[in-house]
Each structure stands twice: as C-alpha cells, then as structure tokens.
Design a protein around this ligand. Structure first.
Ligand code: 5GP
Ligand code: ZN
Length: 121
C-alpha cells in the first residue's frame, strides 16, 4: 500500500503514532481528531497515501466513495445523530494542514454557523 514515511496520517495508519480509532477496514481508517472543534470530530482517511483531492484519480473513487457512505453511520454511532458537517480542507486556500486526504465529520452539538463566513460589503 502506498505510504509516505514522513506523513503523520500514514504513521497513524501504521500504528507508529497512537490514535483513538472509531472504525477500520482494509482501506479506510477513522479516528478522533486530537483537537476537536465540536463534541464529535472524526477524521476519515484512506489508508493509502493520497496527499490532496488534487491528487485523487478514478482509482481512488472506491475508497473515497466508501468514506462518504460511512460518514452517516459513524456520525450516528459516535453521538452526532442529529446532523453533521463534512469538511475536506484542500490546499493553501482550503487551509489544509495535513497532506493526506481526510474527511472531517463534525457535529454533536448546537447547529453550526454559516458554511463560510461572508466577508463584509
Ligand atoms: P486539516 O487542517 O489538514 O484539514 O486538518 C488536520 C486535522 O488533523 C486537524 O483538525 C488536527 O487537529 C488533526 N491532527 C493533526 N495531527 C493529529 C494527530 O497526530 N492525531 C490526531 N488524532 N489528529 C491530528
Ligand atoms: Zn499519508
């Protein structure tokens, strides 16, 4: 499986960095974010290293589709059965910090504000 020795999330996949796991199968790992921004904050990642959504190709469709179909189930199982938001920060403008594709599932509290704060007039 494709991995990058210096990538934090690849190291989590390999068990070199501990994480609080919520789900695992052959090609997907789900764990709790270390700095949650909501009562429920999960990270859903492909086990294979893909740096950003810019790097995703049709060969990643299966695993990325699986992540989407797991989101609702995992949100519900972890206390966000009342709605949640998926976030995939990408690149500089998206303020992606970890360069291994990950889908944030955030929820479990009060409704969020607008998706992106609008700039003033
Ligand atoms: P990004 O800004 O790239 O979309 O989000 C990266 C996320 O990874 C952040 O929410 C951050 O808290 C989380 N994170 C960074 N390092 C670790 C780690 O070692 N363990 C866990 N569980 N989460 C991490
Ligand atoms: Zn990686």
């Amino acid at each position: 499986m494709q991995h990058d020795a210096n990538c934090i999330f690849c190291r989590i996949v390999r068990g070199e960095i501990p994480s609080r796991k919520a789900y695992e199968d052959d090609d997907v790992l789900v764990f709790h974010d270390i700095q949650p921004v909501a009562p429920v904050h999960l990270l859903l990642i492909p086990k294979a290293h893909v740096a950003t959504l810019y790097d995703a190709t049709p060969q990643h469709a299966g695993v990325l589709g699986k992540i989407m179909t797991l989101a609702g189930q995992l949100a519900r199982e972890n206390g966000a059965g009342d709605g949640f938001r998926l976030i995939v920060n990408t690149g500089r403008v998206g303020r992606q910090e970890v360069m291994h594709v990950h889908v944030h599932v955030v929820g479990g509290g009060e409704p969020f504000g607008p998706m992106i704060v609008r700039k003033g007039p």
